[in-house]
Design a protein around this ligand. Structure first.
Ligand code: BGC
Length: 908
């Protein structure tokens, strides 16, 4: 922001500050308990956590409210009468309302447990009991599985995509069904139907994990799908990640060549007797309309080959093939910790165009991930083809080169004779534009619907400003997350890649946790990281690792093993994630230490391949070298960072010996870094923005050198007029500038619209975050198609700074038990509004300039406190709730700190 504008802001600030909070006076007695969650889920069915953690939120209109006690009851029946109660904590004096671990009697396979909570607060109020919630256990031991693995007995050439196998069986139920559960998993993907109806609404089941180590199964309540008499179950299997094409080297069958299925349906009759229907040798197999399906390439669906009624009883399967039974083991089966992938929303075409080359192309208006639901009506055997692309080229033609080898092509062969509606199955596409070939009759916007799919995470963040461009940037960040949080955190959703690149999520995790509840999603992925981590501690480039044993150990990438758990701990106060990942974190640090010391006695990690500050600003001018940061410096910087976080983790977990060891190691790395890379005047080798950012953000410099370093950093930004950072440096750019008081420079970078900048893609019409600063160059030509995704979240890591600094919402204690609300007016914004849903409830920060007034509105969840900073308000007239600010009514203390006024606020 230009100086002049900041000046005006200061003048405005000097006139009047107004603070709004939830300004409702004491309303005793309305304390209520809501939002009951078990392991980040509401009423989960089929978990395998033996001591699940329970969390709840409190609501009241009374300000400054804390929980002083709780009572929690767990019952097996849903009735909370004395004899039905399994665990009753009694009244416990405690402010604990999140992550309270169940400590009652052992939980049993397949059982449902109901629970409710009552609380007391510091005003002497007692809530009523919450509405009961529940959780249900999955199958906890391999012995609980009576089912046998089966494989379709079909001859298939697995060097190429094959028709999707269908497996079926019929069964009789003799009596009314009171309760029924289906436990299901597969090699490959599965879609299951019972009596013609879908089982659940989850997609891409059983999800993608390190299959040989951990294979998820799903639990479904199928009570309503079954009835007394004849029933049938049918399952279609897709290649998916298991044996489809995965990775960029044309590799198929990574996890195996054969698809397989494991199903166990447990029925309880009205009279209490039970019956099991399982996968076994009695099932039969065939193929049908899905002639080919692959994650990258799309699907060929021949509707003339549909087998009507095959998932209903009475279907004639006499010409189907018997299945083979198989021994795939059950010890590695695990219940999901992450939310499933689902259809989340639908988009409608904004325009149908004819390109200069004559193609019919539908513009969905948004770069999205999922597929097209197509409606059509035409002759039998007629073929419609849909091609998917993210962008049109300079001339306005359909452009697919950046998809590399991924076809993203969906072919539908009509059945004929009426309206047909079709959506693909075991594939997804990343696209904004759809080229339609062979549509019978006139194509209208009503014939296509964009079905957006992703992991069903609860949205927990909102950020808006008075700048339309910045709002579009935030929109693009969120859509980058939607498109790439599809069971695992991927780099991109469109080309022949879509892999769980560790470096990308290392830089984006903080932002992700603001936007959505990503705890369960990342927890699951971290378990696979640990499973695929090499014995010597090396972390693969991608998780699940499909690139091989030696694609491991890149700094900035492997550090996801430490930085992502640490991020979850900060965002959700989840100490168990630190416990769970501790060995993995430690092994990664030890791997780095061993490598660093392998050929020297110092602590410089300078002998390993790494990607470096990937895709940093790249100039063609030969005298413009200022973006390339020495990779060895980067490696040692991350070695120090991960060691520091491991040390902090060891302290939290009470692992004292390790704490000592890693604080010592951290100091030694820091010393080595300074000797090798820092000059006596505070210059950091490479003299690039990223070098300074890592040195400052990771606290690698002697204290009295920091100001020299920030000056060099600022000088470089000023001289070039823009940032030069890549994947590893970019997330730290604005945070470091703000940390050292250079908010104005940070705002200037945020608001720059020329290349390179965050807003440049926005001005070029981007609706997601691009992989490169110049994916589309200023002359409208494209960057290198070998590496040019238009939906890559890494540079969206600026989102953290938007929430944390611009709106000013940040956890002061892990999990927002206490929070800091410290907005940073600037950027010429007249309005900023942000909401963050925490484990405790909603926190909000809003600021406005209206005329000569600066007003702030904050919301602090019950059972938390906030340190709220009113910027530049020291010595000014401040009004709160219509009256001059004074302590009381939720404001515990107020204190001037330099230019600011800092309030300690209770909830409200
Ligand atoms: C991916 C990146 C990834 C990188 C490693 C690329 O192909 O798309 O996002 O981190 O490789 O440098």
């Amino acid at each position: 922001m230009p100086d002049q504008q900041l000046g005006i802001v200061m003048t405005l600030l000097s006139v009047l500050m107004v603070l709004f909070t939830g300004m409702i006076r004491a309303q005793p007695g309305d304390l209520t308990v809501t939002g009951l969650k078990v392991e980040y889920m509401s009423n989960p069915v089929g978990i395998d956590e033996h001591r699940p953690r329970l969390s709840w939120k409190l609501q009241t209109r009374q300000r400054n409210t804390r929980q002083t006690a709780y009572r929690l009851q767990v019952s097996e029946t849903g009735k909370f009468s004395a004899d039905g109660i399994l665990w009753d904590t009694g009244r416990v004096s405690s402010d604990r309302s999140v992550h309270l671990a169940y400590r009652g009697p052992d939980l049993e396979s397949g059982k449902r447990y109901f629970w409710r909570v009552q609380t007391w607060d510091n005003h002497g109020n007692r809530s009523g009991w919450s509405d009961p919630a529940f959780w249900e256990m999955g199958l906890l031991t391999p012995g609980d599985w009576a089912a046998t693995w089966i494989e379709p007995g079909l001859e298939q050439d697995t060097t190429r995509p094959q028709p999707a196998p269908m497996l079926r069986r019929e069964f009789q139920l003799d009596g009314n069904v009171r309760r029924a559960r289906a436990y299901v998993t597969s090699h490959g993907l599965y879609e299951m139907k019972i009596n013609g109806q879908n089982v659940g609404n989850q997609l891409f089941t059983p999800g993608w994990t390190s299959y040989h180590n951990r294979l998820q199964y799903q639990t479904y309540d199928v009570t309503d799908l079954l009835s007394s008499g004849d029933n049938a179950v049918g399952v279609t299997l897709g290649n998916g990640w298991f044996r489809g094409w995965i990775g960029f080297s044309n590799q198929r069958n990574f996890y195996g060549t054969r698809l397989a299925l494991l199903v166990q349906i447990e029925v309880t009759y009205a009279d209490g007797t039970t019956e099991l229907i399982t996968s076994d040798g009695s099932w039969k197999a065939s193929t049908g309309p899905i002639r080919m399906s692959d994650i990258y390439d799309g699907e060929v669906y021949d509707a003339t080959m549909e087998k009507k009624g095959w998932t209903n009883a009475g279907y004639d399967d006499s010409n189907w093939t018997p299945v083979r039974t198989a021994r795939h083991g059950k010890v590695h089966l695990a219940a999901p910790d992450a939310p499933p992938v689902r259809k989340i929303q639908e988009l409608h075409p904004v325009e149908i165009l004819t390109t200069p080359e004559g193609d019919t192309v539908v513009d969905m208006g948004q770069n999205m991930v999922g597929w097209i639901r197509l409606r059509t009506n035409g002759p039998r055997n007629h073929i419609i083809t849909l091609h998917h692309a993210e962008v049109l080229d300079k001339e306005g033609n359909f452009y697919t080169e950046n998809l590399r080898a991924a076809e993203q092509k969906v072919t539908y062969i009509l059945n004929g004779g009426g309206d047909e509606v079709y959506e693909p199955h075991f594939t997804f596409q990343g696209f904004r534009y759809v080229k339609v070939e062979g549509y019978p009759g006139e194509l209208t916007k009503d014939d296509l619907v964009g079905v957006v799919i992703h992991s069903d995470m609860e949205p927990t963040g909102h950020f808006e400003t008075s700048s339309a461009l910045v709002n579009q940037l935030q929109h693009n960040i969120v859509w980058g997350q939607k498109g790439n949080f599809l069971d695992i955190p991927t780099d991109c959703p469109q080309r022949d890649e879509r892999l769980g690149w560790t470096g990308d999520i290392q830089v984006f995790a903080q932002t992700a946790c603001y936007n959505m509840d990503a705890a369960g999603f990342l927890d699951k992925w971290l378990q696979d990281l640990e499973a695929d981590q090499r014995e010597d501690g090396a972390v693969p480039y991608v998780i699940p690792n499909v690139l091989g044993e030696n694609a491991v150990g890149a700094s900035g990438w492997g550090d996801a093993s430490v930085i992502v758990p640490w991020t979850l701990y900060q965002a959700y106060g989840d100490e168990r994630i630190l416990q769970q990942q501790y060995d993995s974190m430690k092994q990664w640090v030890e791997f780095m230490r061993e490598r660093a010391q392998a050929d020297s006695t110092t602590y410089l990690w300078d002998n390993n391949f790494t990607f470096g500050d990937w895709l940093s600003f790249n100039s063609d001018a030969s005298d413009y070298p200022g973006a390339y940061t020495d990779k060895e410096l980067i490696s040692t910087a991350f070695f120090a960072r991960s060691t520091e976080l491991l040390h902090k983790t060891a302290v939290i977990l009470g692992r004292n010996e390790d704490a000592m060891r890693y604080t010592g190691l951290h100091e030694a790395i820091k010393d080595a870094f300074q000797v090798e890379y820092v000059t006596m005047s505070g210059r950091v080798l490479s003299n690039t923005q990223t070098a300074y950012l890592l040195a400052l953000q990771f606290d690698l410099l002697p204290e009295d050198f920091e100001h020299a370093a920030i000056r060099y950093l600022l000088a470089d930004i000023r001289e070039r007029g823009h940032h030069t950072t890549g994947f590893l440096g970019t997330p730290h750019l604005n945070p470091v500038l703000s940390q050292y008081g250079y908010d104005q420079q940070a705002y200037e970078l945020l608001l720059r619209t020329e290349y390179p900048s965050w807003l440049y893609p926005v001005t070029m019409g981007a609706t997601t975050i691009w992989e490169r600063w110049d994916g589309i160059k200023p002359d409208s030509t494209f960057q290198d198609p070998g590496m040019n995704s238009f939906n890559h979240y890494a540079y969206g890591a600026i989102g953290e700074w938007l929430y944390k600094t611009v709106a000013g919402i940040e956890p002061a204690e892990p999990g927002y038990r206490t929070m800091a609300i410290k907005p940073t007016p600037g950027g010429g914004f007249t309005h900023v509004r942000s909401i963050k849903e925490t484990m405790f409830g909603t926190t909000a920060s809003e600021w406005n300039f209206t005329g000569d007034r600066f007003s702030m509105r904050v919301e602090v969840p019950v059972n938390t406190t906030a340190e709220v900073t009113l910027p530049n308000a020291a010595g000014k007239e401040v009004i709160s709730g219509g009256e001059e600010l004074s302590d009381g009514n939720g404001i515990n203390t107020s204190e001037e700190q330099n230019e600011d006024l800092v309030l300690d606020l209770g909830s409200g």
